[in-house]
Unconditional design. Structure first.
Length: 557
C-alpha cells in the first residue's frame, strides 16, 4: 500500500493537483440494519473534477467544482450516518437528505460486507485500489483506515477513540499493592477531592468504597461513575446494590452496553481508574471489589496500582473518560435497594506500604488505541523482565500470545525473564489454563537453554486470594501497571487503561512485591503467614455451594 500511496502522489504532481487524493477510511459493514450508514473518507487537496469512485459495478463522481481541503466524507445515507456519528457527511450517494449534497451516480456503489473492492480513478487512470478480504479483514462494525501507508494497524470499531501515545514528565507517583495498602491509598485520595471525581471501572461491588464516594458527594463533590453494562455473568446483585446506593445519594451511575440507539464501543469497558479534581489519577489492575481493595489487614487479590498527580496527565484521562461516557451506548444503570455488605475474608499481615516518588515519566497505555506500547516495552528490555499476570492465553493452539512471544524472544537475546501466573482453581482446572502455560514456557526454556522460568503462584504461602495483576517490570527501571489481560480480547477489543512508569524507586517497589510472590512460589511452601485453615475451609464450602457461578464469572475480570 505504501507504493500505491506514492503512485497517487506522483500522478497528482504530474497532473498539477494541489495534493494527493486517496481513500483513507471506509466502513462497509456498519451496525445499522441494511448498512445505510456505510461510508468512505477521501483525503487530499484540490479539485475533485475527474475523480471517480467505483466498486467495479457502480460508482459516482462529484459535482463540477467540488474541492477537497483535508478530508471529505461520502456516506450512503446522510441521515443514517448522522444518527450513528452525530454529524452529517459531506456527500451522500443514495438517499436524499435535504441537508446533504448528492454525488453524481453511475449505477449503485454498494460496499459488500465480506468481499468487495474500492477503486479510485482520476480520469481513466486507476490511482488506488483496495480489496477485501485481500487487503483488510472483514468484520461487522470495523472501520478500515490508512495510517502511514498501512491499512488497519490495529482494530478500530465504530464509536471508538483514536488516542495517540503521549508521555508526561515530572509526575508525582505513589505505588501501592493489593491487598496490603490499596484501600488506604484509595480512601485518602477520595477524601482529598474537592470538586470532581470520575470513576471508570469494570465492576463495583465494594460497600466501603461506595461509602467513600457517597461521603464525597455529601460534601459537595460532583461524582460520576461509569461501569461495564454486561460483564461476564451480568451485573451482580452486589453491583446493583452499590449502584442503587450511589444513585440514592445523587451520584449518577452509567453503564456501557449495546442499546437500540448504538452498539457498545468496546467488547468490555474493562478499565479501572478514577480522576480527581483534574489533577490526580488512581489506576490499577483491580476492580472496586472487596478482594481488590480490602480493608487493611484483610486478605485479597494481588494487584498493583498507582496514584499519580499531574494536571496534564489527569486531563488526558479526563478526556478518555468523557469520550467513553457519552453516546447512545451509555445508559443509566438500574440499581436496587438491597442492603450493602462486605463478605468475610481471612486476616492478612501487611508487608508493603505505599512508595512515593517525584519526577516520574508516565506514558498512558489505552486499549485498544495504544496497546502496542506493551510490546515496545518488552522489546526494549536489556537485562531482565518480571511478569506477573492473572493468566496468559495463546492466540491459537500453534501461535503464542504476542506479549509472551516478545518476552521469550527477549530471553533468546540473553534477557532474564520470569513469569508468575495465578494458581486459583478457575485458572488451572481446564486443559489450556495456567498450569499448561507454565509447562509450555518452561519446556521452551529447557529445550533452548534460555534464561527463562515460569511458576504458578503459591497463594497459600503468601496468603493471597488470587493473582489478579497485569503487570510487567523491565530492567528494574520501568513498570507497566494496567488492567490489560494477556489474551486476544483485552488489548484489541476492550477499553483498558494502564500506564508505563519510568522511575527506579517505583519500579524497584514492584520488583520487591514480585520477588515476594516469586520466592513464596518456589515449591518449598514459602515462609509467608499461614491462613486460618478452618475458616478458609468453611468459607470455601459455602462459596462452592452457593456462589460457584459468581466465582466462575470472576475468572476473566
Amino acid at each position: 500500500m505504501r507504493r500505491i500511496a506514492a503512485a497517487v502522489l506522483l500522478l497528482c504532481l504530474l497532473a498539477g493537483c494541489a495534493g494527493a487524493v486517496q481513500i483513507v477510511e471506509f466502513c462497509p459493514d456498519p451496525y445499522l440494519s441494511g448498512d445505510l450508514d456505510e461510508y468512505l473518507v477521501l483525503e487530499g487537496e484540490g479539485l475533485l473534477d475527474g475523480y471517480v469512485l467505483s466498486d467495479g459495478e457502480g460508482g459516482y463522481r462529484f459535482p463540477p467544482g467540488t474541492r477537497i481541503d483535508g478530508q471529505l466524507v461520502v456516506a450512503r445515507s446522510g441521515a443514517a450516518f448522522e444518527e450513528v456519528h452525530g454529524y452529517f457527511p459531506d456527500f451522500e450517494s443514495q438517499e436524499r437528505t435535504p441537508a446533504v449534497p448528492d454525488v453524481i451516480p453511475n449505477g449503485n456503489l454498494l460496499m459488500a460486507n465480506r468481499a468487495d473492492e474500492l477503486l479510485l480513478y482520476r480520469g481513466t487512470t486507476l490511482v488506488q485500489e483496495i480489496a477485501w478480504p485481500r487487503d483488510v479483514a472483514a468484520r461487522e462494525g470495523q472501520i478500515h483506515y490508512l495510517d502511514d501507508g498501512v491499512w488497519d494497524p490495529r482494530p478500530l470499531f465504530i464509536g471508538q477513540s483514536r488516542f495517540a501515545p503521549r508521555t508526561f514528565e515530572g509526575v508525582a507517583v505513589a505505588a501501592f499493592a493489593a491487598p496490603d495498602c490499596s484501600y488506604e491509598v484509595f480512601r485518602a485520595a477520595v477524601r482529598e477531592a474537592k470538586r470532581e471525581i470520575l470513576v471508570n471501572v469494570y465492576e463495583f461491588t465494594d460497600e466501603k468504597m461506595a461509602g467513600d464516594l457517597i461521603a464525597a458527594r455529601e460534601r459537595g463533590v460532583t461524582v460520576t461513575v461509569l461501569l461495564e453494562g454486561g460483564p461476564v455473568g451480568g451485573v451482580s446483585a452486589e453491583g446493583r446494590a452499590v449502584a442503587g446506593a450511589l444513585n440514592r445519594s445523587g451520584i449518577p451511575v452509567l453503564a456501557m452496553t449495546t442499546t437500540d440507539a448504538a452498539h457498545a464501543k468496546y467488547r468490555y469497558d474493562h478499565a479501572k481508574y478514577i480522576v480527581i479534581d483534574g489533577r490526580t489519577v488512581l489506576l490499577g489492575s483491580e476492580n472496586f471489589k472487596p478482594g481488590g481493595y480490602p480493608a487493611p489487614g484483610l486478605q485479597g487479590n494481588r494487584g498493583w496500582g498507582v496514584l499519580m498527580k499531574d494536571p496534564e496527565l489527569a486531563a488526558y484521562f479526563r478526556e478518555v473518560f468523557f469520550f467513553d461516557a457519552v453516546g447512545g451506548d451509555i445508559v443509566p444503570l438500574e440499581g436496587t435497594a438491597a442492603e450493602l455488605y462486605t463478605p468475610w475474608a481471612p486476616d492478612y499481615t501487611i508487608e508493603f506500604a505505599p512508595c512515593r516518588a517525584e519526577g516520574a515519566r508516565v506514558t498512558p497505555v489505552i486499549s485498544p488505541d495504544t496497546s502496542v506500547l506493551i510490546l515496545e516495552l518488552i522489546e526494549s528490555a536489556e537485562e531482565n523482565i518480571a511478569i506477573e499476570q492473572a493468566y496468559i492465553t495463546n492466540e491459537t493452539a500453534s501461535e503464542l500470545n504476542p506479549y509472551l512471544a516478545a518476552a521469550i524472544n527477549a530471553s533468546r537475546r540473553g534477557v532474564t525473564v520470569r513469569v508468575l501466573l495465578d494458581s486459583a482453581w478457575f485458572n488451572t482446572e481446564g486443559d489450556t489454563d495456567n498450569d499448561e502455560m507454565i509447562e509450555i514456557i518452561n519446556r521452551i526454556a529447557a529445550a533452548e537453554g534460555l534464561p527463562l522460568e515460569a511458576r504458578l503462584a503459591d497463594l497459600e504461602a503468601n496468603n493471597l486470594a488470587k493473582i489478579h495483576n497485569k503487570g510487567v517490570v523491565v530492567d528494574g527501571k520501568v513498570v507497566l501497571v494496567s488492567s490489560i489481560n494477556w489474551n486476544a480480547n483485552s488489548p484489541a477489543f476492550n477499553r483498558e487503561a494502564g500506564v508505563i512508569v519510568e522511575h527506579p524507586d517505583i519500579a524497584g517497589y514492584y520488583v520487591a512485591v514480585f520477588e515476594d510472590d516469586w520466592e513464596a512460589s518456589d515449591g518449598s511452601g514459602g515462609s509467608g503467614p499461614e491462613p486460618d485453615r478452618l475458616k478458609i475451609a468453611a468459607a470455601a464450602g459455602i462459596l462452592v455451594a452457593l456462589t460457584g457461578l459468581y466465582l466462575y464469572r470472576r475468572r476473566r475480570t
